[in-house]
Write a new protein. Structure first.
Length: 338
């Protein structure tokens, strides 16, 4: 990934937001792989939104329309775009994930995202929810082979080039999913191969360092887990700092370095994303969702919800339900936006 070379401008909910655009070096992926991935995934992801696959933690994504700047919150995972393009911004960093780049998320952080798609050329993507135990096991094996290598600087989001080896593994994954027997026999080994290729990619050392959760990054990770686990309970900076084993001032500074937001801003975002999920998937009212995620005032919840998502709570939920398929949500340790 190159240094920022120019300034991009994007609109979100009527507000102009400026982010530095990043120039990426592109690798050449075999066009045959691209055609195969697109053809296979197009037949698997027929509905807009997410479709569950027969493999645990693997979902297909389809979007037939462009989406403007949208707040998102991904669980730890890997996003492989087979057609179309997504751009994400975290602080002053831009992350491109498209047919030539894979996005890996080591720590769930709220960021904003834009989707480029059309009915003629829909966005088609694969979302792999990260099996942290498997990823950590592979990362340890890789690092053991290079005990004297300088460790990478951990980062919660990493965008790395897609190469032919990874594309070939993705094609094989898409080819087996129609056969329950092949899924049972080959599924885990292909997923393991994809994990390995991502963890040893151009920015794999950065991702492995994040998964190792050493030092300050690991301490902040403990606080992030506490927020996701107990977001509906009263939480203070002092409580989270104790969870991380840091003083309040040091905790606040390190938390912002990792997530590009303050602890209380992060907590608010998690509560609002979870509130939206409860309304979408459990049919809760805005007042009930507000109470469930720790708000004492439903009106404050509604004001902050509209500020983040651009619409009042019920209007936003109706918009999503009318536009996208929503499969059952897998149980996990982290709040996500979908």
């Amino acid at each position: 990934m190159c240094e920022a070379q120019m300034l991009g401008r994007h609109g979100a909910s009527g507000n102009d937001l400026r982010y530095p655009a990043i120039a990426y070096s592109y690798t050449t992926m075999n066009s045959s792989h691209r055609r195969q991935m697109t053809g296979l995934l197009s037949s698997l992801a027929r509905d807009e939104g997410y479709t569950l696959s027969p493999l645990p933690g693997v979902r297909w994504l389809r979007s037939n329309r462009p989406l403007g700047i949208t707040p998102v919150l991904y669980e730890p995972g890997i996003v492989i775009v087979c057609q179309g393009r997504k751009r994400g911004w975290l602080g002053d960093q831009e992350f491109v994930y498209d047919e030539q780049h894979v996005l890996a998320v080591a720590v769930p952080v709220p960021f904003v995202m834009q989707t480029e798609a059309s009915p003629q050329r829909p966005l088609l993507a694969i979302y792999l929810r990260l099996d942290l135990q498997l990823a950590a096991e592979i990362a340890m094996l890789v690092d053991a082979q290079e005990p004297h290598a300088k460790p990478g600087r951990p980062s919660c989001l990493v965008s790395s080039p897609m190469d032919d080896r990874l594309a070939d593994a993705v094609v094989r994954l898409l080819q087996i999913v129609r056969s329950p027997l092949e899924v049972e026999v080959l599924g885990l080994s292909i997923l393991r191969e994809i994990y390995f290729l991502v963890l040893t990619s151009e920015q794999g050392d950065t991702l492995r360092a994040a998964l190792a959760a050493r030092g300050r990054f690991g301490q902040i990770g403990c606080a992030i887990q506490r927020i996701h686990r107990d977001h509906g309970s009263p939480l203070t900076v002092a409580m989270l700092a104790r969870e991380a084993g840091l003083g309040p001032a040091a905790f606040h500074n390190h938390f912002k370095t990792v997530t590009c937001s303050s602890p209380m801003q992060y907590l608010k975002s998690i509560r609002l994303h979870q509130g939206r999920l409860l309304m979408m998937r459990r049919g809760m009212t805005a007042a009930a969702a507000a109470s469930a995620v720790g708000y004492e005032s439903p009106s404050q919840f509604s004001r902050e919800f509209k500020r983040l998502f651009g619409l009042p709570p019920q209007a936003e939920v109706d918009r999503i339900k009318n536009a996208f398929a929503l499969p059952p949500l897998p149980q996990g340790d982290y709040v996500s936006s979908h």
